[in-house]
Design a protein around this ligand. Sequence first.
Ligand SMILES: CC(C)(COP(=O)(O)OP(=O)(O)OC[C@H]1O[C@@H](n2cnc3c(N)ncnc32)[C@H](O)[C@@H]1OP(=O)(O)O)[C@@H](O)C(=O)NCCC(=O)NCCS
Length: 166
Amino acid sequence: MTVVPAASPPVLISGPALGQGFQCAPILWALPAWFGIPSATARYVADIDVLPTWTALHQGDHCVGFLTIRRHFPTAAEVHVMGVRPEHHHQGVGRGLLAAVEEHLRHEGVEFLQVKTLSPARPDANYEKTRAFYLAQGFQPLEEFPTLWGPANPCLQMVKDLRPAG
Ligand SMILES: CC(C)(COP(=O)(O)OP(=O)(O)OC[C@H]1O[C@@H](n2cnc3c(N)ncnc32)[C@H](O)[C@@H]1OP(=O)(O)O)[C@@H](O)C(=O)NCCC(=O)NCCS
């Protein structure tokens, strides 16, 4: 378990664990600007149940954030979905979750971590913050997929090199 010192009071990062849908669903519901399509949100909850997930626990056991990983290859993984309760945004919880996940993945030999998010080709103030978060954590834009999620939601693939420097 990792303590996130930036958050006040500190949160504990726990994981990876399966079966976390019940803890993470209320966080998705609290973020309708990002997860506003009920069928897509239900799919995420089902995915979280069967994929490795890290949770951020506040005051012992209140889950305020989570990050779920999908492994594509032994050396490649993807942030499948993540979220932090709005009242805990910008307190270091997302950074702490990602740091714990990256440490685990590096230990397992993962070299590249990707995430897919809404492209700036469709202007959206909320997803602009999401991209700012990923950029601040060292992800770089890699490719745009204009129709992967349908033409209304152009997808931006971002990637982070987890290999040790040098
Ligand atoms: C994206 C998200 C997970 C980030 O979590 P967070 O706990 O708020 O982020 P942190 O506090 O750890 O931020 C770390 C850094 O990212 C950047 N960042 C975070 N939020 C930002 C914002 N709103 N605007 C600009 N930069 C931001 C900053 O550089 C920040 O460092 P700083 O606090 O020293 O300025 C969270 O905002 C969230 O749940 N968003 C809605 C759901 C979502 O976008 N999920 C991802 C879908 S692909």
